[in-house]
Design a protein around this ligand. Structure first.
Ligand code: PBG
Length: 327
C-alpha cells in the first residue's frame, strides 16, 4: 500500500477539540428555544408530572418563578397551557377572560413579557370534559367548523390577556384563517400566528396528556391529526394552506422521529420553522438516563442538535431552561 493512500482523510478535521469546534456547523442558541409550561387552576403547590420528571403543573407563583428563570437563562419564548378546575363540553374556560390560561398569560407577561416571547397554545382539549380538541357532533365526531368559531374566540381572549403570539394546535381545517380574521377584526392584526401546521397523531404525546389532563375520554385524534405513515406531500400541503391563511411561522410535531419532515418543510417555506420535541421524547430520555442506560446531558444535547440540523429555526423543548443555561 502506497504511503499516500488514502488522500481523502475526513479524520483530519476531527483531530482536536478546537478543530471540531471550528468546523461544526450546528450550534444551539438559547434564543431559539421555547419552553412549554403548564398552569393549573386551584392548586397551592406545584404538582410533579409523574411521566415527565422535572416538569410541573404550576401554581400562579411557581409559574412566574419558572418563567423568570427561563428569561434569565436567555430562553427565547414560553408557550403556556392551562388546566382549568372545571371542564365542560365546549371548553368554556378557554375563552373566559378569567380562565386559568388568561390569568397565567397576564401573570407571565407582567413578570417577563419584555425579556422573551409569551405565547399560548390555542386548543380546546385541556378545557373540554371529553378531552377532544373541539366541539363534538351528536355522534361524537369533532365538528370542524363549529370548532373554528371557538378557536377564534379563544385566540382573541388569549391575545387580550397579553399573549404575544398564538399557536393553534388542534389541526382543524381553516383554523389559521379563522383565527387571523378574528384577531384582525378585534384590532390585533399585529399579533403573529405560529401554526402547528404539521402535527401527527403520535403516541409520543402520551405523557403530555397526564401533564395537561387532556386524554380523550373515547376515540382518538386520528380524524384530524396526520397519519405518521402519510406521505411527505401531505405535510407540505398543510404548510402551504396555513401560509395561505396567514400563518407567520409553522411547526412540525413531534420532532425527533420526523426529522425528514422538518427538513422538507424548511426547504419549502420562507417563514421560520419550529419543531416540538414532545413529552414522549422527553420521557424516553429521562427514563433511560434515570436507569443509567444513557448519558443524560449528552443525549439531550444530541437530540436537540439533530432537530436543529434537520432545519428547525426554533425548538420547543421541556429542557429549554436547563439547556439554555449550558450554552
Ligand atoms: C393539543 C396539544 C397536544 C400537545 C401540544 N398541544 C396534545 C395532543 O395533540 O394530543 C402535545 C405536546 C407534547 O406531547 O409534549 N393542545
Amino acid at each position: 500500500m502506497s504511503a499516500q493512500f488514502p488522500v481523502a482523510r475526513p479524520r483530519r478535521l476531527r483531530n482536536s477539540a478546537a478543530m471540531r469546534r471550528m468546523v461544526s456547523g450546528t450550534r444551539l442558541d438559547p434564543a431559539e428555544l421555547i419552553l412549554p409550561m403548564f398552569a393549573k387552576e386551584g392548586i397551592s403547590e406545584p404538582q410533579p408530572v409523574a411521566s415527565m420528571p422535572g416538569v410541573f403543573q404550576h401554581t400562579r407563583d411557581s409559574l412566574r418563578k419558572a418563567a423568570r428563570e427561563a428569561a434569565e437563562a436567555g430562553v427565547g419564548g414560553v408557550i403556556l397551557f392551562g388546566i382549568p378546575a372545571v371542564k365542560d363540553a365546549r371548553g368554556s374556560a378557554a375563552d373566559d377572560p378569567d380562565g386559568v390560561l388568561q390569568v397565567a398569560l397576564r401573570d407571565v407577561v407582567s413578570e417577563v413579557g419584555d425579556a422573551l416571547v409569551v405565547m399560548a397554545d390555542t386548543c380546546l382539549d385541556e378545557f373540554t370534559d371529553h378531552g377532544h380538541c373541539g366541539i363534538l357532533t351528536p355522534s361524537g365526531e369533532v365538528d370542524n367548523d363549529a370548532t373554528l368559531e371557538r378557536y377564534a374566540s379563544v385566540a382573541v381572549a388569549q391575545v387580550e390577556a397579553g399573549s404575544q403570539m398564538v399557536a393553534p394546535s388542534g389541526m382543524m381545517d381553516g383554523q389559521v384563517g379563522a383565527i387571523r380574521s378574528a384577531l384582525d377584526q378585534a384590532g390585533h392584526a399585529g399579533v403573529p400566528i405560529l401554526s402547528y401546521s404539521v402535527k401527527y397523531a403520535s403516541a409520543f404525546y402520551g405523557p403530555f396528556r397526564d401533564a395537561a389532563e387532556c386524554a380523550p375520554q373515547f376515540g382518538d385524534r386520528s380524524t384530524h391529526q396526520q397519519d405518521p405513515a402519510g406521505p411527505l406531500e401531505e405535510a407540505l400541503r398543510e404548510v402551504r394552506l396555513d401560509l395561505a391563511e396567514g400563518a407567520d411561522a409553522v411547526m412540525v410535531k413531534p420532532a425527533g422521529a420526523y426529522l425528514d419532515v422538518i427538513g422538507r418543510v424548511r426547504a419549502e417555506v420562507d417563514v421560520p420553522v419550529a419543531a416540538y420535541q414532545v413529552s414522549g421524547e422527553y420521557a424516553m430520555i429521562e427514563a433511560a438516563a434515570a436507569n443509567g442506560w444513557i448519558d443524560r446531558e449528552r443525549t439531550i444535547n444530541e437530540s436537540l442538535v439533530a432537530i436543529k440540523r434537520a432545519g428547525a429555526d426554533m425548538i420547543l423543548t421541556y429542557w429549554a431552561t436547563e439547556v439554555a443555561r449550558t450554552l
